[in-house]
Design a protein around this ligand. Structure first.
Ligand code: GN1
Ligand code: MG
Length: 365
């Protein structure tokens, strides 16, 4: 891999390089924080290596990101909100004028302005911060509600198509390339037990009963940046998967991550549960932002989204475990299996709490 300093020199950012450090965030791309100095001022940037194994056509993906961030920037300006902190800005290559650089190995890199004094959290305990995260994702969708979803390039086909995710699991089981199927019989049985309910949201989408809209599609709380001092949300990050999707996918993915009592890869499965206080805080921030643009049925399917996304992640982690860890970054041998068990435990709890979740949601709908 090329030196980050050299990659930086290809972008139109200028100044004197001071330091870099890798940020170990996300399961797909590699991310680096870089500091420069210009005219006596510190300038901070994020350099990201785009995983081509996952994002097959980085140029088209970057085109999505530029169009979407421009749209959001316009909305923020209208509302008098700072565009320096409220939305990502991608820098251009000095040579090509494109929002990415291709290195001599054919690898793709992008460069964003690092949002000053910002921080991201892998887990959040403070209910105010959780509400703010909900607000951020809800507002992001709201700002894009007049953006033509169909005009976006689909960076990963069938990304949240739960039925297709099950198909991929079946295929992995049949292939069994690294002889792990025999180790996961219990998990497979549980995943298949949940299949019908987990695929219901997809059926609503397939039959047109609920619409495809512009969705973020990866609403983990570490994909929002917060002001270090005030705890207020600033911008939504990680825009590679912004493409047509269901609002319930975004709500569900956020809840399965943020309202789990433990991290998604915590091996203490007895501690896994859906924390209803956290659920309520996020839901309040999110739903109050999006409710005016949702149809009745969409409102009724939000919690189905929580179940579907939790099961879908279990299915994706399990598929990857069976295939020999080819997609998600893993830190140890059983990492994907631990993630699977964690998400299955969460799905069980979500199913038990559906009714209570709906009662909470009604307050904000
Ligand atoms: C990946 O890269 P990161 O951590 O933001 C994945 C999400 C999963 C998540 C699980 C493009 O997101 O779909 O929910 O891991 N992103 C992609 O932690 O597959
Ligand atoms: Mg991320």
């Amino acid at each position: 891999m090329l030196a980050i300093k050299e990659i930086c020199s290809e972008f139109d950012i200028g100044g004197r390089y001071l330091e870099e450090r890798e940020l170990h965030v996300g399961n797909i791309n590699r991310t680096f924080y870089v500091k420069f100095e210009r005219d006596g001022e510190e300038k901070e940037y994020i350099i990201q290596h785009i995983n081509k194994n996952v994002f097959k056509e980085p140029e088209k993906g970057m085109d999505n990101i530029v169009r979407v961030t421009e749209h959001v920037r316009g909305k923020l300006k209208q509302a008098g909100i700072s565009t320096r902190t409220g939305v990502l800005r991608a820098f251009l290559s000095k040579k090509t004028g494109k929002p990415f650089v291709v290195d001599s190995n054919g690898e793709y890199w992008r460069c964003y302005r690092f949002i000053k004094n910002s921080i991201t959290y892998d887990s959040v305990e403070d209910l105010g911060v959780l509400e703010s995260a909900g607000h951020a994702f809800g507002e992001f969708l709201n700002n894009l509600c007049d953006f033509d979803a169909k005009s976006l390039y689909t960076t990963i086909p069938n990304f949240h198509n739960t039925k297709e995710r099950y198909k991929a699991l079946h295929e992995a089981v049949n292939k069994n390339p690294v002889h792990r199927v025999e180790l996961v019989e219990k998990e497979l049985a549980m995943a298949f037990e949940y299949e019908e309910l987990a695929c219901k949201l997809q059926e609503y989408l397939d039959s047109g009963k609920i619409p495809y809209r512009v969705a973020h599609n990866d609403t983990k709380c570490n994909n929002v940046s917060f002001d270090k001092d005030t705890g207020c949300s600033l911008a939504v990050l990680d825009l590679d998967t912004v493409m047509p999707g269901a609002v319930a996918h975004d709500f569900g993915d956020a809840i399965r991550f943020i309202a789990n009592s433990v991290l998604e890869d915590d091996p203490d499965f007895d501690k896994v549960s859906l924390n209803l206080e956290k659920y309520q805080a996020f839901a309040k921030g999110f739903i109050t932002q999006v409710k005016n643009s949702l149809t009745e049925l969409e409102k009724q399917t939000m919690n189905l989204g929580v179940f579907a996304m939790t099961v879908e992640l279990a299915v994706r982690f399990l598929t990857d475990y069976i295939l020999g860890d080819v997609y998600f970054k893993v830190k140890y041998l059983e990492h994907n299996l631990v993630r699977t068990k964690n998400q299955l435990a969460l799905a069980r709890d979500v199913k038990l709490k559906m009714q209570t979740m709906q009662e909470i949601l009604e307050k904000y709908i």
